[in-house]
Design a protein around this ligand. Structure first.
Ligand code: HSE
Length: 314
């Protein structure tokens, strides 16, 4: 491998209802690319330029990818200059794991250039550190999905040791993204609306649903997966009031044949599960049409995407 690589990483939907901070899926609706260069004349980790449809929303000096790569290099004790050129194709601050995808691409790029033999869980750990920059605390669901692809489960122990596990999943999704203004540091704001403690019975009900979702994915039972992804009683109800037309969009999704519906990450994107591509398309149109209070809503259909990968090098 040469001195630079171009890495593509897809967007992701975290939580999928009851799987708060532990379940996420990479989707082929949008992607970022990062050209990672190891350069003698560069000091530290810098963003060289940002382009693409959502470039203007990226704050280069506080970029998640800079933080992620800096932590990786510091940890392995390697001092090289790294420059990052970012193509930002994922809408920013919309619950699509935009910052996580950039961080995942950058970490994979550095790892390939330096020939590192780190486990996927380790790489997710570094990429997730970047989320501190955007959300105030690290969380690993989005980065895990973008880095590994498909549906992933993230588990951590009390010391913060991560285990990231891929789960086989095939399904079709409809996404609607309102482009209404969101607060600065939206994920952090949307984490503050959540309760810091919940009753044990509530926790058990949510854990059981998240565990059953994984079983449904493994069995290929889309109907069960859909019912369960629509059943979060801890996080989504607290965030829904901040999402434009949440109730109307949810209703329209089910009327158009969706098997399940959830807020994508911290929102405001909404995601629905469908049994096939045609229904997914109908659901996406119905959701967009129902989002009368959404500004310029984006509607997309999507399938699970591959993990972050090098698509060019030199
Ligand atoms: N699991 C995180 C949250 C994802 O819901 O806050 C944020 O993108």
């Amino acid at each position: 491998m040469g001195r630079w690589v171009r890495v593509r990483a897809y967007c992701s939907s975290a939580n999928l209802g009851p799987g708060f901070d532990m379940l996420a899926i990479a989707l082929n609706a949008y992607y970022d690319e990062v050209v990672v260069k190891v350069e003698d004349e560069v000091e530290g980790v810098v963003v060289e330029h940002v382009r693409g449809p959502y470039a203007s929303e990226v704050i280069a000096r506080r970029n998640t990818a800079v933080e992620a790569v800096s932590r990786l290099l510091e940890d392995i004790g390697v001092s090289v200059g790294v420059s990052l050129s970012i193509y930002k194709g994922i809408p920013v601050g919309r619950g699509l794991g935009s910052s996580g995808a950039t961080a995942a691409a950058a970490v994979i790029g550095v790892s390939r250039l330096l020939g590192l033999k780190l486990s996927a869980s380790k790489l997710v750990g570094y990429a997730g550190q970047g989320e501190k920059v955007s959300a105030g605390s690290p969380h690993y669901d989005n980065v895990a999905a973008s880095l590994m692809g498909g549906l992933v489960v993230v588990s951590s122990d009390a010391r913060g040791e991560l285990r990231v596990i891929s789960v086989p999943f095939k399904g079709y999704f409809a996404l609607v993204t309102p482009m209404n203004p969101v607060p600065e540091g939206k994920t952090g704001v949307m984490r503050k609306v959540l309760p810091s403690h919940i009753a044990l019975e509530e926790a058990v009900r949510n854990f059981s649903r998240a565990a059953a979702m994984i079983a449904a994915a493994v069995k290929g039972d889309l109907e069960l997966f859909g019912v369960l992804m629509s059943s979060d009683e801890v996080v989504e109800p607290k965030r829904a009031p901040y999402v434009p037309c949440y109730e109307e969009v949810r209703k329209a999704a089910f009327e158009a044949g969706a098997l399940g519906f959830a807020l994508s990450g911290a929102g405001p994107t909404m995601i629905a599960l469908a049994s096939g591509p045609k229904v997914a398309n109908e659901v996406a149109v119905a959701m967009r049409d129902a989002c009368e209070c959404c500004q310029d809503p984006l509607a997309k259909v999507a399938e699970p995407a591959p993990g972050a990968e090098v698509i060019e090098n030199g």
